[in-house]
Unconditional design. Structure first.
Length: 328
């Protein structure tokens, strides 16, 4: 919708020139501007651009079209070359061509000026992973069941992480900060490498190298300037903690592995279920408070993990059609 508004604003300005700065005098333009908020914003941007490009506007695109028409048909010069009802077909074409060229030129300059790009969507299914290059030569690796959109402008590289987990390797560009936005916070970096995870009620940022600024979404929370090796966790309730996890464990998913270190059985099942389409469930009667899980597991092998967990905790694995059940 935004791209459409920008294109339409360019057409209005190419058609009306400086008169488009006072849309109240043109019912059609005033009506178009009021249709959607995006239209008014695009018109304001175009007005600012038009002011910056007075030397372009001074070319008088319409007059150039008329001049082209006169050159094409010198027998019909004079005051507009009108005959009867108006311009003949032979003269209408060069004028239209001049205006069309003006519109095309202005729209190209407008796009360059704002560095407009449509958002690029990256998404992985449950159990999937994806490595992708971004327009600035940065690289992103998506974990299971993740979705993000990337939109780059002249002043910012913006990533919207809708869900899941991604590892970012950011190319340096001091003029355009690299920003990752989630439900619970905003991560700003210049050139660095970090992991962002937005899952359930927690956002986690783990810094592998470089430096990033984490701004919690919840008002009143302090920002964090992270050092390599640190992890910041933000909760929906406003909680915030900082620790230093095992970095190989944080990034093991890139190789299809899950590394657990003294993790409770409940948490271990929750982690493994992120990757498998056939989930593991614990029978409500099972007591796993004393059962801690450590080891390296393949995320693609849910059944083997469930079998190992059952043995570690002294329980029994039941294979059902829709799930793996661990019971006493």
């Amino acid at each position: 919708m935004t791209g459409r508004a920008e294109a339409e604003a360019a057409v209005w300005f190419a058609r009306l020139g400086d008169d488009a700065r006072s849309p109240e005098g043109h019912c059609g333009l005033a009506s178009w501007r009021g249709e959607r908020p995006a239209n008014a914003a695009a018109l304001a941007e175009m007005e600012a651009l038009w002011s910056d490009l007075e030397h372009v506007a001074a070319l008088s695109f319409y007059s150039s079209g008329v001049a082209a028409a006169r050159a094409a048909d010198p027998q019909r010069g004079g005051e507009g070359g009108r005959a009867g009802s108006g311009l003949t077909r032979a003269r209408t074409w060069p004028v239209a061509a001049g205006i069309a060229a003006a519109v095309a030129t202005l729209m190209l300059v407008f796009a360059w000026h704002l560095r407009i790009t449509s958002p690029t969507i990256f998404e992985t299914p449950v159990g999937g992973r994806q490595v992708a290059s971004l327009p600035d030569a940065s690289r992103v690796t998506l974990n299971t069941n993740s979705r993000l959109s990337a939109r780059f402008t002249g002043s910012e590289r913006l990533i919207m992480l809708d869900r899941g987990e991604a590892l970012f390797e950011v190319s340096k560009d001091p003029d355009r900060p690299f920003v990752v936005q989630t439900r619970l916070g905003r991560v700003t970096a210049l050139g660095t490498k970090f992991v962002v995870r937005d899952w359930q009620d927690v956002m986690e940022v783990t810094l592998l190298s470089g430096s990033v600024l984490v701004d919690p979404q919840k008002s009143g929370q302090a920002s964090f300037i992270m050092a390599p090796g640190q992890r910041v966790r933000l909760g929906v309730t406003g909680s915030a903690t900082v620790d230093k996890p095992s970095l190989p464990a944080v990034t093991a998913w890139r190789d299809g592995r899950l590394i657990l270190q003294d993790m409770s059985a409940v948490a271990a099942v929750r982690e493994m279920n992120r990757y498998g389409r056939k989930p593991i469930t614990l029978d409500p009667s099972v007591s796993t408070e004393q059962c801690q899980v450590s080891g390296v597991f393949r995320v693609a092998d849910t059944e083997r993990f469930a079998n190992s967990l059952a043995r570690i905790c002294g329980l029994r694995l039941v294979r059902l059609d829709d799930r793996y059940l661990i019971e006493p």
